[in-house]
Design a protein around this ligand. Structure first.
Ligand code: AMP
Length: 500
């Protein structure tokens, strides 16, 4: 299938061509025609498989009849509202809308918290057809009466499961109540729990379910490895792994804001360039940290889960979980930052004994047993106990055994052994211990043949026959990708004002 077959307008096809995309991804091939037909959609696709374009391209086309160059704000009411959970994702989606709408005189802006409202108000007052927003800041604007949602025709909830969880739900309900009943609603996420699906079905009208990968599945392009280690030795191991593999770009996830600062500082004192991103940093600091990391100015970005969703860091090779996330779905989102757009990735987790339950939850969700690799010199005490001979009755023997166990912790003495060990074993031969159930998910970007979309929300089956595993096509897809560049004024008549 080609983009030409999807019924997109010449202006949109031109923007796609500018990006160097040769074929639609599976989610695009299925979602674009359905959205053009005005259907409500619940779309599930692995992260990094072109979800943003799958709703942005048809949305732009549906708004194309309204495109006009009038300077009157009344001629530019908000017709499409895209809600996302984080500021960084809002900025990213906004960039995408600008790129795909480059040849159309539709206006767009973005509003999110942590930055001054004034320039956002100016943009909104000038009128925009498309608004990308985080819920909190959107409600601030609604309260200040700087915008109205009464003419919204298309509503998009990106990372829908997060938007509908308990934290965001009250805000989302308030926002939905301000939009017209008669509207097209689109929801996209890489993970959907049963509860969220049920809730979503109340918001969507006769939705079409599009799942191009099994729900809650992970890409086979990502190799997972778990290193069992004691909590108090995680920092040491983190530095060790980064240094001795010469890792150049690693996104490290931790659970707390404090933890993120501490780990970043620790890495810096170990001679590794690092910065942290979390909710307690100011928005300019957050933006700067992400930019420095994207541009390769720092080797490690230590992040809380605010960076887990949707962020597209080109060709990021390595994600590390310094601590496992509290909810298994977040594992999928975290590691979804690597192995994107057809590239390979590594997902490494440092797991201490009291995280074993979390690990089991993750394995259950993704239906894959993750490979465990103990690094010599960093064995957890529990592992050392398990390996110990069971009946050590003789006192001398017991002493010898305990001495051996203590030696395990003197890893610095054995540095050369560790280096050799690490180089030889850890990454060269790691394989998934159990193949994911559907090998077709290896290649999320293989152009799909026509595939009937599902018409029933209740149906969970995926039409796997519609996907090809032709490796050459897959490779050429990736090679053909052109690096995105910042584009100047993208919408007519006024340049879009970025409020970042
Ligand atoms: P997303 O899942 O929307 O974050 O997209 C992941 C990456 O895939 C982004 O860098 C997009 O620019 C890229 N992408 C989206 N659609 C295509 C396509 N049809 N062909 C090649 N790359 C694409």
């Amino acid at each position: 299938m080609t983009f030409n077959q999807l019924g997109l307008s010449a202006e949109i096809l031109r923007a796609i061509q500018d990006q160097g995309y040769s074929n639609p991804t599976p989610i695009q091939a299925q979602a674009i025609p359905a959205i053009l037909n005005g259907k409500d959609i619940m779309g599930g696709a692995q992260t990094g498989t072109g979800k943003t374009a799958s709703f942005t391209l048809p949305m732009l086309q549906r708004l194309q009849p309204y495109a006009n160059t009038s300077v009157s704000p009344a001629r530019h009411p908000i017709r499409c509202l895209i809600l996302v959970p984080t500021r960084e994702l809002a900025a990213q989606v906004f960039e995408n809308v600008k790129i795909y709408g480059n040849h159309l005189p539709l206006k767009c802006t973005v509003v999110y918290g942590g930055v001054n409202m004034d320039s956002q108000i100016k943009d909104l007052r000038a009128g925009v057809e498309i608004l990308v927003a985080t819920p909190g800041r959107l409600l601030d604007h609604i309260q200040q009466k700087t915008m109205r949602l009464s003419q919204v025709e298309i509503l998009v909830l990106d990372e829908a499961d997060r938007m509908l969880d308990m934290g965001f739900l009250p805000d989302i309900k308030r926002i939905l109540a301000l939009t017209p009943q008669k509207r097209q609603s689109l929801m996209f996420s890489a993970t959907f729990s049963k509860e969220i699906k049920k809730l979503a079905s109340k918001i969507l009208k006769q939705p079409i379910l599009i799942e191009v990968a099994k729900r809650n599945s992970v890409s086979n392009l990502v190799t997972h490895v778990v290193h069992p280690v004691d909590r108090e030795r995680k920092r040491e191991l983190l530095t060790y792994l980064i240094k001795f593999q010469n890792l150049e770009q690693v996104l490290v996830f931790v659970r707390t804001k404090n933890g993120a600062n501490n780990i970043a500082n620790q890495l810096k004192s170990d001679g590794i360039s690092a910065t942290a991103i979390h909710g307690d940093k100011s928005q300019p600091q957050r933006t700067q940290a992400l930019e420095e990391f994207k541009q390769g100015k720092v080797c490690v970005l230590v992040a809380t889960d605010i960076a887990a969703r949707g962020l597209d860091i080109e060709d990021l090779p390595h994600v590390m979980n310094f601590e496992l996330p509290n909810t298994p779905e977040d594992y999928i989102h975290r590691i979804g930052r690597t192995g994107r757009a057809g590239t390979k990735g590594w997902a490494t987790s440092l797991v201490c004994d009291d995280e074993n339950e979390l690990l089991e939850g993750i394995e259950k969700l993704i239906k894959t047993k993750l490979t465990k690799r103990i690094i010599t010199g960093f064995e957890s005490k529990e592992a050392a106990n398990l390996n110990a001979p069971k009946n050590i009755s003789n006192k001398k023997e017991r002493h010898r055994h305990n001495k051996g166990r203590n030696n395990v912790n003197t890893h610095t003495k054995n540095k050369s052994i560790l280096e050799t060990n690490l180089k030889k074993h850890i990454y060269a031969k790691v394989k998934q211990s159990k193949e994911p159930q559907d090998p077709l998910f290896n290649h999320p970007y293989v152009p799909a043949k026509d595939s009937p979309v599902k018409n029933k929300l209740s149906s969970d089956n995926t039409n796997l026959d519609s996907r090809s595993t032709n490796a050459n096509k897959y490779n050429s897809f990736h090679i053909n990708r052109r690096k995105k560049e910042d584009l100047p004024a993208l919408f007519m008549p006024n340049p879009i004002n970025s409020t970042k």
